[in-house]
Design a protein around this ligand. Structure first.
Ligand code: Y12
Ligand code: CO
Length: 173
C-alpha cells in the first residue's frame, strides 16, 4: 500500500476517526504499510489518519534507553480508550504531520489504556513517561486534535507565524 503523510494544515487531520469493526487483511495491510513510513521518518508514533485513513488505529515504537527502536517494540492499538489517568508531565513534542516544529505540551504522566490488537484481542496496558505521552498524542489524532491545539494563545500565534514563514521559504527554494 502506497501511503503518504498528511501534513498540517490539511483539513483531513481534523476528521474524527471511526471505530475499526473489521479486523481483516485490509486493516493488516494498512498497519504493515504504516510501520516503514514511521520508521523511515524517525517517528515514534503514527495514527492512521496521518496517512489519510480515518480509522481508530495507531502504531508506536518507543525507543529503548539506548535510543534503539527494535521491531519487537512495535505496538499496534486499535480502538484505544483511556480508562485511568493521573499525574502531570511536560515534554517537548513533535509530530510527523507538523514537521520541524517542537513545543512543550502538558499531559497525564500515568495512564491505563484498553485497546484491541490487529486480531481483535482485548488488551489493557499501563503506561508512564514517554510511552504515556506518545499514546495520548496519537489518541488525540483519532479525534482530529493536534499537539499545537494544546498551546497557549501566544505560542499558537508564534507557531502560525513560523509555519507560514517555513512554507514560504519551502516554496521559494
Ligand atoms: C513524544 C512526543 C511526540 C510523540 C508523537 C510522535 N511524534 C513523532 O513520532 C515525531 C516524529 C518526527 C520526526 C521527524 O523527523 C523526520 O521527519 C525525518 C521530525 O523532523 C522534522 O520535522 C524535520 C519531526 C517529528 C511521541 C512522544
Ligand atoms: Co502527531
Amino acid at each position: 500500500m502506497n501511503l503518504n503523510i498528511v501534513e498540517y494544515p490539511d483539513k483531513k487531520l481534523r476528521e474524527k476517526s471511526k471505530e475499526v469493526k473489521s479486523f481483516d487483511s485490509k486493516l493488516h495491510e494498512l498497519l504493515d504499510s504504516m510501520y516503514p513510513i514511521m520508521m523511515n521518518t524517525n517517528g515514534i508514533g503514527l495514527a492512521a489518519i496521518q496517512v489519510a485513513f480515518p480509522l481508530r488505529a495507531l502504531i508506536l515504537n518507543i525507543p529503548d534507553e539506548d535510543g534503539e527502536q527494535p521491531d519487537e517494540n512495535l505496538i499496534e492499538m486499535i480502538n484505544p480508550v483511556l480508562s485511568n489517568y493521573s499525574g502531570e508531565i511536560v515534554y517537548q513534542e513533535g509530530c510527523l504531520s507538523v514537521p520541524k516544529f517542537y513545543e512543550d505540551v502538558k499531559r497525564y504522566s500515568n495512564i491505563t489504556v484498553n485497546y484491541q490488537d490487529r486480531d481483535a484481542n482485548t488488551i489493557t496496558l499501563e503506561a508512564e513517561g514517554l510511552f504515556a505521552i506518545a499514546i495520548q498524542h496519537e489518541m488525540d489524532h483519532l479525534d482530529g486534535l493536534l499537539f499545537i491545539d494544546k498551546l497557549s494563545y501566544s505560542r499558537r500565534k508564534k507557531f502560525e507565524k513560523e509555519y507560514k514563514r517555513m512554507q514560504k521559504d519551502k516554496k521559494n527554494g
